[in-house]
Write a protein that binds this ligand. Sequence first.
Ligand code: SF4
Ligand code: MG
Length: 370
Amino acid sequence: SNLLLDIKNISVDYYAANGAVHAVRDVNLSLKHGEIVGLAGESGSGKSTLAYAISRLLRPPAAITGGQVMYYPHIQSDERRTAFTAALDRANISRVTDPVYQQQQAGVDILKLTPAQLRAFRWNELSIVFQSAMNALNPVMDIGTQITDVLHAHQPERSAQACKDRARELLKLVGISPDRIKSYPHELSGGMRQRVIIAIALALQPELIIMDEPTTALDVVVQREILDLISSLCKETGTALIFITHDLSLLLELVDRVAVMYAGKLVEVADRNNFYAHARHPYSYGLMNSFPTLHGPRRKMVGIAGSPPDLRNIPAGCPFHDRCPMAFDACHKVIPVLRTPVASAPEQIAACHLYDSKITGRTGIPAPSD
Ligand code: SF4
Ligand code: MG
């Protein structure tokens, strides 16, 4: 199968003096090899927490209270490496030879990896770029050393010279002249620092990269360039990407699928085109309408009034009912489950009673109220 990651029933609580905060609630999401998924939602919706959970980076007082994160290493791993090498060739960069590491085709539960397995897993299989990653570079070390450190730590058999050559190749791959290898972070623009971070994330050719709002500190034009770079490198090398954002406007054109979280729950998942044309969850309409589109008719700037519920004390019914312009009786009582709103788009799911004919008493899709 083409499955890379299968997040099953993941829940995360933060323990606080005044009660547990249910930050992620029973999330199911899968990712195919090489797929680019945008994970969207307002701040506090649980998207970063989910990313931390699946990469085993949560620390107390946060804890995973249930679920599995199955990971299926690429069966055609060699193909991906060939694609990666081809990308380097196209950039007129010398061929890379990486040691082949052990493959476990049966799948592993990331949550059950031992500390030693986890160390091998990070960077080689999964790399993570955090919020304000630009500031994650060490200010007193040149960028070349920072890249070679990662290579050397994970591939100690590689010679110092080979690490350095590879660092130059990686810089070139992200559009930075290898002559800058001795530059310090403060000598680079924000966009270039972000490119260095991407080079580090790609250094060991992982199967999956998770990026948590890595570009929000940059101006919009530079953000756009960086996002284009990330998505084209991922597409070309077959690397899967989970891109976390509160701002869908920038990346909707670059992703294959969109997953929307609200109050710790996944409320909609759809491929990019369906989401763009017909977002189904009222919260998604809100996210879509809260920005002007780049192409086509300009949408109203509506935004979403109100704020998300207290995750210590989640109200009955749909967690969005307080803010939903389409809420009706059942929304205050019954928790909506993810279902397929239209048979012709079976991959699209939304957690909203409007699509439950048993609750609405009618069939068909209600029109969004705009
Ligand atoms: Fe709105 Fe009700 Fe749908 Fe929730 S279930 S999003 S409150 S219409
Ligand atoms: Mg966040």
